[in-house]
Design a protein around this ligand. Sequence first.
Ligand code: GDP
Ligand code: MG
Length: 453
Amino acid sequence: MPKDTSFPTTLPKERTLLVGVEIFGDENLLPMEESLAELNRLAETAGLNVVGSVEQRLSTPNPKTYIGAGKVEEVQALLEELKAEIVLFDNELNPRHQRELEKIFASDVRVLDRTALILDIFAQHANTHEGSLQVELAQYEYRLPRLTRAWTHLARQAGGGGGRSGAGGVGLRGPGETQLEVDRRDIHRRIDFLKAELEKVRIHRGRHRARRKKSRIPVIALVGYTNAGKSTLLNQISGADVYIADQLFATLDPTTRRVDLPGGMAALFTDTVGFIQKLPTTLVAAFRATLEEIAEADLLLHVVDVTHPSAQAQAESVLETLKEIEADHIPVLTVLNKIDRLGSAEDIQEHLTGFTDTVGVSALTGEGIEELLASVHRKLFESFEQIEVMLPFQEGALTAIFHEQGQVEQIEHTREGVRISGRIPGRLLAQFKDFREDIRQQSAEDEEDDEEI
Ligand code: GDP
Ligand code: MG
């Protein structure tokens, strides 16, 4: 794995023991081994040193310690043997589990869960003002119910300063050292402030988006499970230099690039944050605003790593999240990526079944990219509508839009204006509705019909 130098580790990496628990009857997207492998990669991304892992299958979690008493002992012994300082649970622990476990383990051992870890990674990778605000808010909301312990204890948990300045993700700390001295009320106040700030940013972004919409260039959002190859693909098709890493969540904030499609149309491609199973609900809520970008897109490119053993489950979890953010009405083109890793054509074919409307590509080598862009073009035009409009001269802007965004089939200059028939993207229909000749004629005919009766 290439070493990432964007957040240098200055402290020795903390030795971490992973704990995976499978609750019978719980629907899990990934088998426990794979979920743990993912947790391992998340831990590495956060700058932790994973030294071992423990698994348990349970019918119900222990109300006090989550895992059973015997397992607690086993973990305790392993912690000593492996000299681990962090116990990292794959499942979300409630504050009580965390407290009880920390009481049992040695005083320098910290108990963390997937949520805390993801929050920490997000804190390191948020690049924009909005991203930072969202992460800070999510961190406080996560921490608030866990603030019941003595401050001295918390100080240990929270050391190391928050955000990207934190050393190599080692701390899994709270939003910032200075907050250690403030009490709950102050945290509530900070939460209110962050919410208000975020609202301001949202309004600003909404305006920005409206402006972009006005430019009427179709927006294509790249979605997909984290590490599927979205950033690599964006680089490949735009020649841009988007940060790529074999890490989970290498980027957090959307990056947008303009790309010329075959056929002369341009489109904006937006790289979005990766999706991941067990994404903490607090984070889904926190990142709703960023995900709004997706909900506004004209087309989604769902990038799937076909070579991943859980490709199908990952794809399903992405579609599930799209539903949650109400983006499931947008047309999707499924991009089956990393085909360079597959052997024969049959092998590729085998991997492609199970998805509809797919294109196989290698974002790395560029294989299949031309076909992909052609499909994008086709897909965008698929939703085009046939219309005929009579545009008065003062509507020169609309005439220009028809030319730029639509396909003009017939054009006739008359004394009243320009009569155009052709096809335009469905999303532009509303703008032309006052000038539709086809509809006017249709309703005039209908009226005549009515009179005849
Ligand atoms: P993202 O999280 O979806 O943005 O994924 P990235 O674009 O950061 O890629 C994750 C990893 O997969 C990187 O190590 C890429 O080099 C690798 N990768 C991306 N596309 C391909 C591909 O087509 N073939 C192969 N072999 N590796 C790829
Ligand atoms: Mg990426």
